[in-house]
Structures are given as C-alpha cells and as structure tokens.
Ligand binder design. Structure first.
Ligand SMILES: *Cc1c(COP(=O)(O)O)cnc(C)c1O
Length: 386
C-alpha cells in the first residue's frame, strides 16, 4: 500500500544530505567538545561550524546562538530565564491565545509563581489583534512572546511590528519560530528580535536538538546547572551529531527557501481548492494568504476528527487533527476555539502539512480518499442529512 506523509508540522524526515553530514560524528569524530585533545578539538570545530551556519541563517553572530535539547526547552528557557532575570520590577508577560503549549504551559507555571500574563486574542483568521496588543504592552511588561507562525492553522504573525511595540515600552521580544524556519526568512537584527526559538526536527534535522538565539548583552537565567558548555549558559555535553545535522539542515533550508515555498504553495492551494469544492460543508481555518506554504487546516462538519484520522491512516495517509499534543485528548484545540469555532466544528478538523517531498499525485490521492471517507462517515452520522 502507498504510504503518504502529510504531517510535517509534527515532525519531518531526516533527509539524506543531513544524515550523511551527521554520520561521522557517531563512530569516528566522537570526542567530547570540551576535551582538549585532538578528538575533542575536532568535535568542538564541528559544533562551532554548526553555530556559524545557524547564525548565518538568522542574521546574527555565532556567539548569540545557544544549542538546546529541543524547541520546548528553548521556549521554556527564553520565557522563564527572562522572567527570573528581570531586575526592573516588571511582572507582566504579554503573549497570545494561540501559542504552542511549550509557551502556554510555561506562562501558566509563571502565573502560579505570581507573574501576570496577558493573552492577547486573535481575529477569526488567526491573526493577532494589533490594537489589543498595543494596549496590553505597558511599562510593567518585561517580555512579549509571540510565535512567528502557528503550528495548527499556519497563520503568520506581524512579529516585526509587535517587536517594535515591545521595545517602545522597554520590554523584550521573544518569538517561537519553530514552525517558521525553512518557510520564512529571518534577520533577527532587522526584525528587532531579542530571543528566537527553533527546533531541528521541524526542518529535516533529527529530534532532540534546538536553538535559542539570545541577543548579545542580554543576560537571562540559565535553566540547567552543570558544566560550562554553551558559554556557561546551558550545561550538558553537546548533542554533537544532531548539532552538526541542524547546522546542515538550516543551511539547506535557507538556500532552497524560494523553490521550497513555491512548490509547497502550489500543492497547498490545490489541496485547499479541491477539498473546499469537492466536499460540501467544509471551511478553511486560518488566513488565506498569511499562512505557511505547507499548512492546510480544514473543518469538516458532521465528522469526528479522530475517526477521520483513523480512516485516513487505513489508507496509508498520515495527517493530524490539530497538533500532535492535542490529539489523544478529547479537548478541542485551543487554537481553533481561539479563532471562534464552536466545539463541534473544532472537533471535526484536519491538518495536512506538506514538505517538498510530497507530490501533486499525492495531493490528488489524498483528496480522492478524503472525499470517500467523508461520504462514508457522514452516511453513518445521525446529524447529517445532506
Ligand atoms: C514543535 C513545536 C514546538 C516544540 O518543539 P520540540 O522540539 O518538539 O520540543 C514548539 N513550538 C512550536 C510552534 C512547534 O511547532
């Protein structure tokens, strides 16, 4: 049976060039980057090369790049590290209602510790309400954290404008760019970004390696105590092979970004158009244009998302009903509720997320299968009389 992977927002395949780049760092160049001998020096050189590759992709200096264990760690570190280091008496963090749980649950933990958090709402297309953002940021704001692009509905936020609002009030700006890397160009200096989180496994590097960019001169509290790695800011022996892979993957992603976006946009728009025209009572979630080139999120009335996923899986198609963290629980996605979907519609939502390895033939196959499955599931639904 054909197997089709359209869940690239959950994780991506490690591509061959990335795998080839990391291979020598398991069995050959396996030194500890902190060791002074030749084995260690070779490993150190590879880590520093990867750091330069990340810096070049983000438009920053290598010394502003810190390797972490994942995107979640980077988000935790940026937000907690900044809150705990705030010396100016400021107690408020401003964010949005549609952040990833790595941000939202970190903010909830800080609320329990006495910090004040303002969650700015989004409009029905999933774009942050800028008038409310402007009002929320005050002289008490220590940090504004807003994702560059949403992992469920793909909406792209005006982070350059939000960073400027934060700086006007003397607050710092962090962005969770985990979904955006590989689809959006970043220049952290021009965009006014003080901290940026990214994760390797969302752009064809392995799982378990991330980056936090921290602007030079900004001191935040380290999360992990131990050795002097990462200029004493993030202890723990470096994940050498994965760091090398991340450096290679971000370089390839940035080199190919225009072709990648053109290819994905074409497949994305074909998927959306075919689903909306061939399957009645469907709607697109998120903004039509201000969205990631690989993201499709649709609500299909009278359908249970989990039933849909299982039926697609039986046909060899891997998709998601929201985010991997949301599926498995019966609560509808907080993002879909935040854009105003009623619970029953949010429950019948499907996310298809593309990579450049998908094809138009796969797009057609998926729409054919989806049309059949929806017909069959609706025929069994007591609510549907179409
Ligand atoms: C995947 C993801 C994360 C978490 O990254 P991990 O490396 O899986 O911990 C955080 N934020 C967003 C937007 C994501 O898509």
């Amino acid at each position: 049976m054909k197997r089709i992977y359209m869940d690239n927002a959950a994780t991506t395949r490690v591509t061959e060039p990335v795998f080839e780049a990391m291979k020598p760092y398991f069995c050959e160049t396996y030194g500890n980057p902190s060791s002074v001998h030749a084995f260690g020096r070779d490993a150190r050189r590879a880590v520093e090369e990867a750091r330069r590759q990340v810096a070049s992709a983000l438009g920053c200096e290598a010394r502003e790049v810190y390797f972490t264990g994942c995107g979640t760690e980077s988000d935790n570190w940026a937000i907690k590290g900044c809150a705990y280091a705030a010396k100016n008496g400021r107690k408020t963090i401003v964010s949005t209602t549609i952040e990833h749980h790595a941000v939202l649950h970190t903010l909830e933990a800080l609320e329990k510790e006495g910090y004040n958090v303002i969650y700015v709402p989004v409009d029905e297309e999933g774009i942050v309400k800028m008038d409310e953002m402007e009002k929320a940021i005050t002289e008490d704001t220590l940090l504004v954290t807003v994702m560059a692009a949403n992992n469920e509905i793909g909406t792209i936020q005006p982070i350059t404008e939000i960073a400027a609002l934060a700086h006007e009030k003397g607050a710092l700006f962090h962005t969770d760019a985990v979904q955006a890397i590989g689809s959006m160009r970043f220049n952290v200096k021009e965009m006014g970004i003080d901290m940026l989180s990214l994760s390797g496994h969302k752009f064809h590097a392995p799982k378990g390696v991330g980056v936090l960019y921290i602007k030079n001169g900004l001191r935040i509290r380290p999360l992990i105590a131990g050795g002097a790695q990462e200029r004493t800011q993030r202890a723990g022996t470096e994940n050498l092979a994965s760091i090398v892979a991340l450096g290679k993957a971000i370089t390839l992603a940035n080199e190919n970004i225009d072709a990648h976006n053109a290819c994905l946009t074409e497949m994305r728009d074909a998927l959306i158009e075919k689903i909306l025209t061939r399957i009645p009572e469907t709607r697109l979630n998120g903004h039509k244009d201000k969205r990631l080139p690989g993201n499709v999120n649709v609500s299909i009335s009278y359908i249970e998302g989990e039933a849909l996923l299982l039926s697609l899986d039986l046909k060899g198609i891997a998709a998601s009903s929201g985010s991997a963290c949301t599926s498995g629980s019966l609560d509808p996605s907080h993002v879909l509720l935040a854009i105003g979907l009623p619970h029953e519609i949010a429950h019948g939502s499907l996310r298809l997320s593309l990579s450049e390895e998908n094809t138009m033939e796969e797009v057609d196959y998926v729409v054919d299968q989806l049309e059949d499955i929806v017909k069959r599931l609706r025929a069994m639904s007591p609510l549907y009389n179409g």
